[in-house]
Design a protein around this ligand. Structure first.
Ligand SMILES: Nc1ncnc2c1ncn2[C@@H]1O[C@H](COP(=O)(O)OP(=O)(O)OP(=O)(O)O)[C@@H](O)[C@H]1O
Ligand SMILES: [Mg+2]
Length: 374
């Protein structure tokens, strides 16, 4: 391997960032809700492409990851906004600070919810309603237009966040010119419900669209950066890259793991690197542990869904699943309760009435491999 100074692994997406910012500038919309499966690059895009591009245009950017403050969303949201807005650092510096950090390390902490601004500022504990009032005050005092990036937005759809969602909607409604919002999430169904159901606080508030996925241009970039580092005997061809990307279900995170494996042991070949990238994903995500923490009924439902069988709620299926558990037929509410737990943990999402799918393809693959429904 050759020494290289600071390889830039991030594949930039300036056109996509421009596209969203232009549609705000043209007043075509004030908000968007974008969905894509897990590990497809939503957060990296928000932090490394969209936020810096918006900051350059003069936006004040606020990033909130709701999953990280899901135990205390009211306080988490208010603190993130307040911390960001009361920071004295220049916009670009603040963005550089977040986008220069490893994605995993900038996520908000559940116990002490902090926003990107908290890198510079801290607050004394305050009551939740006091914090919320202060949040709107800070927003109203801010001179710039705000771009609010709400990551893992599906958390707002859970019933215990109904009050927060309603309050946000009410507050944002009267500040449409002042605050532009991008919601992102991994569950298409939940986002659609949030924005398309008339009984939901965010009804009709943002168009729900797929987040454009990384494609072969991303592979090109990553292969070029890798070859720059690799000894010429071990250069990867673009076709090898595409093969790996396809085998890894076109998941950018896994593709990066594959390259990491290959760069360390190129002499084992690219197929071996694909295999270890997958194996590492299974262990790093702790699927074993995840699995053993589940109730048997939740496990059998995941196995059933991973095996691609339909009609989960039918009498026959409930009988079959009950037998697997050494019982009689599972009651409808038992299946529904299990599904509710699995939605809550974000292992499953509902695609359509009675149609469920894994939020994480790799977890599904692992269940099929390790615990097949036979
Ligand atoms: N533009 C990019 N250039 C290079 N690597 C990327 C890019 N986008 C994503 N990745 C890789 O994929 C990983 C996952 O991306 P990210 O965390 O943004 O996904 P996500 O869609 O937010 O996932 P989740 O729904 O689980 O939060 C990143 O840590 C990075 O390794
Ligand atoms: Mg993310």
């Amino acid at each position: 391997m050759r020494e290289t100074s600071n390889p830039d692994w991030h594949f930039q997406r300036p056109e996509l960032a421009d596209f969203y910012l232009k549609s705000f500038a043209l007043k075509l919309s004030n908000s968007r809700a974008l969905f894509a499966r897990r590990r497809m690059g939503k957060t990296e895009f928000l932090l490394q492409d969209l936020a810096p591009a918006a900051a350059k245009l003069g936006y004040r950017v606020i990033y909130i990851n709701l999953w990280e403050c899901r135990d205390n969303t009211n306080e988490g949201v208010a603190s993130a906004v307040i911390n960001s807005l009361s920071s004295s650092a220049s916009l670009l510096d603040r963005i550089k600070k977040i986008s220069g950090k490893k994605i995993n390390t900038i996520k908000l902490n559940a116990k002490t919810p902090i926003g990107e601004g908290s890198l510079e500022t801290r607050f004394e504990p305050e009551s939740s309603s006091g914090l919320t009032a202060k949040m709107w005050q800070e927003i109203d005092h801010c001179k710039e237009v705000i771009l609010l990036l709400i990551d893992e937005a599906q958390i707002l759809a859970s019933s215990n966040n109904a009050d927060l969602a309603a309050a946000l909607r009410a507050g944002l409604d009267v500040r449409k010119q002042k605050v532009h919002v991008i919601f992102t999430g991994s569950s298409e169904h939940t986002l659609r419900d949030m924005f398309a159901k008339s009984n939901q606080p965010f009804y009709n508030w943002a168009p729900v669209e797929p987040f454009p996925l990384l494609d072969n241009l991303f592979v090109h970039h990553m292969i070029a950066v890798s070859n720059h580092i690799l000894d010429s005997n071990y250069h990867l061809s673009y076709d090898d890259g595409i093969t790996a990307f396809d085998q890894l279900k076109q998941t950018p995170e896994l593709f990066r793991r594959f390259l990491e494996e290959y760069l360390i042991r190129p002499f084992h070949g690219h197929q071996a690197a694909i295999t270890s990238a997958l194996a590492k994903t299974y262990t790093d995500q702790g699927f074993d542990r995840l699995w053993s923490d589940l109730l048997p009924v939740d496990q059998v439902i995941l196995q059933y869904i991973a095996a691609n069988q339909g009609g989960l709620s039918s009498k026959n299926t409930r009988l079959l699943l009950g037998q697997r558990l050494g019982m009689t037929e599972l009651a409808n509410h038992t299946v529904n309760n299990a599904l509710a737990r699995l939605f809550d943990k974000q292992y499953l999402s509902r695609e359509d009435r009675g149609v469920y799918r894994f939020e994480d393809d790799h977890f599904e693959e692992w269940v099929n491999m390790e615990h097949p429904f036979v």
